[in-house]
Design a protein around this ligand. Sequence first.
Ligand SMILES: [Zn+2]
Length: 187
Amino acid sequence: MVDLPANGRSAPAPQPAPPDCPFEKQYPSQLHRDDAFYMALAYNLAIDAWRKDEVPVGAVIEYGGEVIASAHNTVDSSGDPTAHAEILALTQASRHRGDWRLNGATLYVTKEPCPMCSGAAIMSRLERVVYAVSDPKMGCLGGAADLNQLPRSNHRLTLTTGVMERECRDLLQAFFRLKRARENPDG
Ligand SMILES: [Zn+2]
């Protein structure tokens, strides 16, 4: 017999603490702003996501050598299935520019964009997308499908892949490994 509180509902199960993130942030030199520099910033945002128990994906948008947007995935905390790092960053960048068209800007993201985010990247007319880890399950810039190759689309993204791939892959794999272990402590 379960002991119910006075309101008749069972007490909420205690929430396990978020897993400690064993990865360190990177501190790249500001002097050399190449793809690895911006991806390191996205990686750091992914670590921030982990520390809030969100799937560790981070994104920044660069325009004219400056970061005009930075975000990480907040789907769980916001309860919003569209709160992917890329969507949040695209919205920020459009506000920053005062224009939804992001020609000339580059999105750096630690994991290949999903169908929603790949579509949003094309619709926003971004110049380039740089991603670290390809996603054969849901990636839509070459991993599982390629929205950048729609035959009649009049906008094409320039793509660069594999920047900081190992670091970003290790982060994602370790997060899911720990999460599974936490949810199934008996194996
Ligand atoms: Zn997405």
